[in-house]
Design a protein around this ligand. Sequence first.
Ligand code: EPU
Length: 432
Amino acid sequence: MTKYIVQGGKPLFGEVEISGAKNAAVAIIPAALLVDGVCRIENIPQISDVTMSLKILEQLGAGIRSINPHTVEIDCTHIRTTRTSYELSRKIRASYYLIGALLGRFGQAEVAMPGGCNFGGVRPIDQHVKGFTALGAKVVVEGGFIHASAKEGHLKGTSVYLDVVSVGATMNIMMAAVMAEGNTVIENAAKEPHIVDLANFLNSMGANIRGAGTDTIKIRGVERLTGGSYAIIPDQIEAGTYMAAVAAAGGQVLVKNIIPKHMDCITAKLVEMGVEVEEKEDTLLVRRTNRLQKTNIKTLPYPGFPTDMQPQITACLSLAEGTSLVTEGVWSSRYRYVDELKRMGANIQVDDKTAVVEGVDHLTGAPIQAYDLRAGAALVIAALAAQGRSEISNVQYIERGYEDIVSKLRALGADIRAVDEPEESESVAGVG
Ligand code: EPU
């Protein structure tokens, strides 16, 4: 087990290169199962969720060839089985995409119930099941596995109206429908950048998907997908996390390799808080010199403020002048990290979906624990801004979604290092 030791209070300066988007990669890798040929996927982030997704495909019989650390070739021509390893697939949330992909290509799938970050509440997949069923599949849960099979051997295009705007259900139904007979329409679809990325990936392999990025997606079933080459978009949330780190710790950082349009919802809020953001081509220059100001935030599906930035922005607001209201509109119980911020001196009260954040003038370092990926990122941000030393445990959550976070922050002048468990336990007493 590794911990991060952070000596806070140092502003950040320099440049940071943003990696490929986690939530696009964990969908596009399983989507390679739909392709009868070799797909070359570039700009893949080196994170543990991606490693796990590739392992699962390998276990199903895919040929995986690593071209360089960020490029792989996946060959799903000779898939051996449509039953995924229970142990592997239950570890990540995104294993639910294996259902849509296997069902779409082979008319059947057996996948362990997905795991992933636990926000303390339920993470249902009823909308995924609604879509598969509408396409003509029978879906049952038995022995920890979801079994899905096309009733007539193949799926049939249909119209699906999602009762909630779901990223996962939109992408999963898209995958299942890509080779279904006839046309499929997904209404009330999610519009996140990674939905467009998955559609672009599938289209570049021969699919016929229109409307991704709007709330109506139209899919005309094709006979077969063949190979090709595709580069994943930059990670909106990783970029937002570094922007928030500058907002909290102060300094000036050039955030490189981003799509500025994807960042608008985050940039707008940081600007309201007094952060200066200058856009130039595929970079953002982020500067914070004065104290942060309060603002109110409500998380919503894209293009609203992303729930995956809620913990990081709350960490920033805990240091802002005035009282801010943060309302969670996607995952109602995503506030487990607040108790950890309180250990550092933050003044935050959570009432149901809302956090009332009364800004304090400084935080102090403490031993703290990550409960999920973005909560972990929020603690790193708080620790960078805090006075004194913090020890962050459970960092395996952070490494599920942030490539080389320690090296990237160190390159910006942060005093952060990863240590193995035994080293940190002797130093707990010194935490300020
Ligand atoms: N929902 C349902 N039924 C469903 C599916 C979702 O009621 O069948 C509800 C959920 O309970 C939630 C809302 O709909 O309240 C949105 O859930 P969504 O399906 O959009 O989330 P997801 O696909 O499970 C992905 C990301 C999450 C991110 C959400 C929202 C992946 C692997 N995960 O989850 O990312 O928070 O979309 O944008 O893409 C993260 O990266 O830290 C992370 C948790």
